[in-house]
Write a protein that binds this ligand. Structure first.
Ligand code: NAP
Length: 314
């Protein structure tokens, strides 16, 4: 059997601990050899922890790959350093704070001959591939994205989300865009965007974005961080054969009101799916860097009309 890929995880916050560590522990494709945390505190018994990627390079620990789970604002420099070490590099979403830095990383990885994987975990939700398969060959008439969650519940204490490059409500919203760009056959363009900024924050708390595809099919997106009560991570696509509804962030699918429970094409879990894909990319010596969800966010900001709203105090 191929030897496990020796992996370090960088940025031991919520997503690293909730999803990355269990997924790595659950596969023989990777061996966790180090964690990188600014306070130097180990996250996993028996696994060495260092304070920075520079310290990791100096440590003498044998590394093949890194998985970067920091906020987007600091991701580029860490990833560029990793690529320069010859380490295969996996990026949490969004892959960077700007498009240009992600393209620069893609080019650097290519020049260095290492794998760069810009992950979109929501694309690995169970029902995304079945939805994509069902939509093939249908006449798509319109689509609606409703992504409304309570920021106090899902992002407590995450100050970076409100800072420039933190994306605000587009931090979850880009997950919806990663799904819609996967399941719809045509590229999307932003036509109108309304961004709602709390007076005391540098990132939007809500957004209404209108898009259309190349054939003129309208796609509306409603994002809101102020949602209390039921939370919504839903995409509805109206077609000539009825409405396809993906809910729970892509975990559930119903077509014309009938829930689809078929396992055909279903994924085995978002983060296990990401690590399986990363290993396959490394072994095939190729990269996977799709910037289309990030490009739509950038365009929503470029076209955005800004409305100031009530201050947000956590
Ligand atoms: P988080 O809990 O705030 O953790 C981020 C970690 O990155 C921190 O704990 C810190 O780890 C490290 N870090 C390095 N430089 C930092 C800096 N300048 N400011 C703050 N932290 C810094 O955030 P998260 O929820 O894990 O999100 C991280 C990334 O994963 C984001 O891009 C997010 O979009 C994505 N993501 C999050 C979720 C989720 O449900 N939370 C789901 C999917 C994807 P150390 O203290 O160990 O250095």
């Amino acid at each position: 059997m191929t030897k496990p890929i020796r992996l370090a995880v960088i940025g031991m916050g919520k997503i690293a601990c909730d999803q990355h560590l269990p997924s790595i522990a659950g596969t023989q494709k990777f061996e966790l050899v180090a964690t990188v945390s600014r306070d130097g505190k180990p996250s996993v018994d028996g696994v060495q922890c260092v304070r920075s990627i520079e310290e990791l390079a100096d440590s003498g620990i044998g590394i093949d790959a890194v998985s970067i789970c920091t906020p987007p604002q600091v991701r580029h420099d860490i990833a560029q350093f990793a690529i320069e070490q010859g380490w295969h590099t996996m990026l949490e979403k969004p892959p960077g704070a700007t498009l240009a830095e992600v393209i620069a990383l893609r080019d650097a990885a290519k020049a260095a001959g290492v794998t760069l994987f810009a992950t979109w975990h929501s694309r690995y939700a169970a029902m995304v591939e079945p939805a994509r398969a069902w939509l093939r060959g249908r006449e798509i008439r319109r689509a609606k994205i409703t992504w409304r969650e309570d920021v106090r519940v899902w992002h407590p204490g995450q100050e970076w989300i409100w800072q420039p490059g933190g994306f605000g409500v587009f931090d979850p919203g880009i997950n919806a865009l990663s799904i819609i760009t996967r399941i719809l056959p045509e590229p999307l363009f932003v036509t109108k965007s309304q961004l709602f900024f709390p007076g005391n924050q540098a990132a939007p708390i809500a957004a209404e974005v209108s898009m259309r595809d190349r054939k003129g099919v309208p796609v509306e997106m409603d994002l809101d961080f102020r949602q209390e009560g039921p939370q919504h991570w839903d995409i509805d696509v109206e077609t000539d054969a009825g409405t396809l509804s993906l809910s729970h962030g892509g975990a559930k699918l119903s077509i014309a009101g009938v829930e689809n429970r078929s396992e055909e094409n279903a994924m085995e879990g978002e983060y296990p799916g990401l690590y399986k894909r990363f290993a396959a990319l490394v072994w095939a010596s190729v990269s996977d860097v799709d910037v289309s969800p990030l490009r739509l966010v950038a365009d929503a900001f470029l076209c955005g009309r800004i409305t100031m709203v009530e201050d947000f105090i956590e």
